[in-house]
Ligand binder design. Structure first.
Ligand code: MLT
Length: 211
């Protein structure tokens, strides 16, 4: 655990040069340790870069403020997205990460800021695995995400993310040119082994196409 580069974070170097780097973004109440095992399940050789969200909601770390569940403080969200992008750029230099192999892996609040990173900083990430993401905001201009692969896993009975909100995010990303795989899972907001396995296969494929 280190505190430099503006975020408390963990970095685990890659097992070999061809491995991807995963930017792990936890959900509300999580921290930099939360998704390390998910990252390992997705790719056992991947470099892992895992920051802790800097906003506290009743003591629970998050990546941006919200006004209520599913209602975001858009100004804060945009500001925090820029802050996170700066951290990612600094970490890419500090740790020698190849940005062409850098994939975000976000869950819930972490997936929402990952979606925001895609929309506000196209080109920063090679792709993203978004687990239970929502539409972060409606962008004024459509970013250029041509060919960026995005795996979007949603829960059919998710009490936090309405189905039409997920559909809208998929649509926004597709309009921007991203290659979206929308995977509807039978469960709720929690993630299960089936989608981790599906995300792993998807990631292996996406990384192979980058090489
Ligand atoms: C959010 O605030 O980002 C979403 O409501 C998901 C959550 O963190 O519960």
């Amino acid at each position: 655990m280190t505190e430099n580069l503006g975020f408390v974070h963990r970095f685990v170097p890659a097992g070999d040069e061809s491995a991807p780097a995963l930017l792990l973004l936890h959900g509300t109440g999580g921290d930099e340790n939360d998704l390390l095992s998910v990252g390992r399940m997705l790719d056992e050789r991947a470099a892992l870069l895992s920051p802790r969200g800097r906003v506290l909601e009743h003591g629970m770390p998050r990546f941006f403020r919200r006004l209520a569940e599913g209602v975001f403080d858009e100004e804060d969200l945009r500001e925090r997205t820029h802050e996170l992008a700066e951290f990612v750029e600094a970490a890419v230099n500090e740790y020698g990460i190849d940005p062409r192999r850098l994939f975000a892996v976000g869950f819930s609040n972490g997936a929402n800021i990952a979606a925001s990173l895609l929309l506000l900083h196209p080109g920063l990430l090679a792709g993203a695995v978004l687990l239970r993401a929502m539409t972060p905001f409606e962008p004024e201009t459509t970013p250029d995400l041509s060919g960026t692969p995005v795996y979007l896993a949603a829960g059919r009975s998710d009490p936090i993310v309405p189905a039409e909100n997920t559909e809208r995010l998929a649509e926004l990303l597709q309009e921007a040119g991203a290659e979206v795989t929308l995977d509807w899972q039978p469960g709720g907001h929690g993630i299960g082994p089936a989608e981790i396995e599906a995300a792993r296969d998807w990631l292996t494929n996406a990384v192979a196409r980058m090489s």
